[in-house]
Design a protein around this ligand. Structure first.
Ligand SMILES: Nc1nc2c(ncn2[C@@H]2O[C@H](COP(=O)(O)OP(=O)(O)O)[C@@H](O)[C@H]2O)c(=O)[nH]1
Ligand SMILES: [Mg+2]
Length: 220
């Protein structure tokens, strides 16, 4: 079998499992978000800051993917919420089966929010539906404003773009307006918030977005 039909088969199997996951998330009213970015754009730090500000009784859990280490899971677990590492042993993305397997001993009825930190990569994770409600792409200002044009797939599919590391804008030649235009040239309706996970600037806008989406979930 040549590569293209094999890839199609893998993706249709993934879509089948993702559809089952989506049904389960809907049945239990769990808002599931899939964070995608290149390595180092600030996914883990942004998620650490997000978890820290939740009240202790928040029904949130995190799955975090990495090629090799469990560093991110250890960082995220400090906030006290359930966190599991998915080590992909070289695969450049998470797939729906990995999510299904790592959810086995978690009771979805006890969750309202499931956060998935995908493997750092702007290409592979884009094709793999994980049953999420929304993909969120993080672009940091050190990556260049042309990235939406170079990696249109994820900017087409993401509900929200978080433009992170805005604390570094005085030091890097990055045109934030051009980055927004580039993202909107790929997907006119993409929502955009600008943050510094490090300084905290703009995090209120991201928390507001998250709050609105949590409130939009049907009540139990
Ligand atoms: N200056 C600055 N550094 C950041 C920001 N967010 C993350 N970082 C740093 O960028 C590096 C990579 O962050 P990390 O959260 O591990 O990124 P990930 O690979 O996308 O999960 C770390 O050294 C973070 O401290 C930010 O908003 N501003
Ligand atoms: Mg990370």
């Amino acid at each position: 079998m040549n590569r293209v039909p094999l890839e199609k088969k893998v993706l249709s199997e993934n879509d089948r499992i993702a559809a089952e996951l989506r049904d389960r998330f809907a049945k239990h009213n769990v808002l599931t978000l899939n964070f995608i970015s290149s390595p180092g754009s600030g996914k883990t730090l942004l998620l650490e800051k997000t978890l820290e500000q939740f009240p202790k009784d928040t029904r949130v859990a995190v799955l975090t993917g990495d090629l090799q280490t469990d560093n991110d899971a250890r960082r995220l677990a400090r906030a006290g919420f359930p966190v599991k590492q998915i080590t992909t042993a070289g695969a450049c993305h998470l797939d729906a089966r990995m999510i299904e397997n790592h959810l086995k001993d978690w009771d979805l009825a006890s969750l309202d929010l499931l956060i998935i930190e995908n493997v750092g990569n702007l290409v592979c994770p884009t094709s793999y539906d994980l049953g999420e409600e929304a993909k969120i792409v993080i672009l940091s200002v050190t990556e260049g404003e042309d990235k939406p044009l170079k990696y249109p797939g994820i900017f087409r599919k993401a509900r929200l773009m978080i433009l992170n590391k805005i604390d570094l804008l005085p030091y890097v030649p990055f045109d934030a307006e051009l980055a927004r235009q580039n993202a909107r040239s790929i997907q006119p309706g993409i929502e955009i918030v600008e943050t510094s996970a490090l300084s905290g600037a703009g995090l209120d806008k991201w928390f507001g977005w998250l709050d609105r989406h949590r409130k939009a979930m049907p009540a139990r």
